[in-house]
Design a binder for this molecule. Structure first.
Ligand SMILES: [Zn+2]
Length: 263
């Protein structure tokens, strides 16, 4: 048996490598199973996106009007037509179908098929270039949010070398709350997505897009937002579950003194 750790008269033994490996495998499996739920909201959104392709020509016509009305051209924004199948998007892209690239001031989307996604992307461009500090800050903090949420996946799978009741430092506090932090880090993304959609629908209305298509647009954008919300919720749960499992398998085990000296 390994030498026990003495914490104020309570004894603990470090966990074996087998325990740690088991914990890691189970944590990875649990996290993967939880994140699979994300494909459900993603599929619902994509079906809606494809369904609306039948109205693409009308959407495209009004998207051009909306773009003229938005004043974004004066800010140096361009709409770049792209092939739906070929474009690989940055992580900020709305559901892998269209995106606004802030650095290049470009809205990239396939106007032959999914012009309906364009109003939302114009909303992103407005958030970036025509907003007061708060919304601008949200738009700029997206990347940080993703980085923090991603970092929490690592904090979730660290082995815990300290006993549960030992003094906690900053790393311990982050590890204890990594699920909540991963969730909270994506809240600015959800907020910015919601505001982009709100502005997109407002532009679509101003452009004169027929009422029934406004209704469809709202439906589509609600589903898009649900994928972002799902990502934050499931991501937080996956990170939290990994942490619980890793704690269970890697925290030094408390031993009674007579247990320790019984061999
Ligand atoms: Zn978006």
């Amino acid at each position: 048996m390994t030498n026990p750790i003495d914490t104020n008269g309570t004894y603990y033994v470090p966990r074996s490598q087998t325990d740690k490996t088991t914990g890691f495998l189970l944590a990875t499996l649990a996290s993967g199973a939880i994140m699979k739920g994300l494909s459900v909201t993603g599929d619902i959104f994509h079906k809606e996106l494809i369904k609306e392709q039948s109205n693409n020509n009308t959407y495209r016509e009004y998207l051009n009007k909306a773009f003229d009305l938005s004043g974004l051209a004066g800010k140096g924004v361009n709409i770049i037509p792209a092939q739906y199948e070929r474009v690989t998007f940055p992580i900020e892209a709305a559901g892998k179908n269209a995106c606004y690239i802030p650095k290049a001031k470009k809205v990239v989307l396939n106007t032959d098929k999914i012009s309906h996604a364009g109003f939302h992307e114009l909303g992103h461009a407005m958030n970036d270039l025509m907003s007061k500090y708060g919304v601008k800050y949200l738009a700029k903090s997206r990347r940080a949010g993703y980085i923090i949420a991603g970092l929490m996946e690592y904090f979730a799978i660290f082995s815990r070398t300290k006993p549960k009741d030992s003094k906690r430092n900053l790393v311990d506090i982050i590890e204890d709350n990594c699920g909540k932090i991963a969730f909270a880090a994506l809240l600015p993304v959800i907020a910015e997505e919601g505001i982009a959609s709100y502005r997109g629908v407002k532009l679509a209305k101003a452009s004169g897009l027929p009422e029934h298509l406004i209704k469809n647009l709202k439906k589509l954008y609600t589903k898009a937002l649900a994928t972002y919300a799902g990502r934050a919720v499931l991501g937080g749960l996956a990170v939290g579950a990994s942490r619980i499992i890793m704690d269970h398998y890697t925290r030094p085990r408390k031993v009674e003194l007579d247990e320790f000296f019984s061999f």
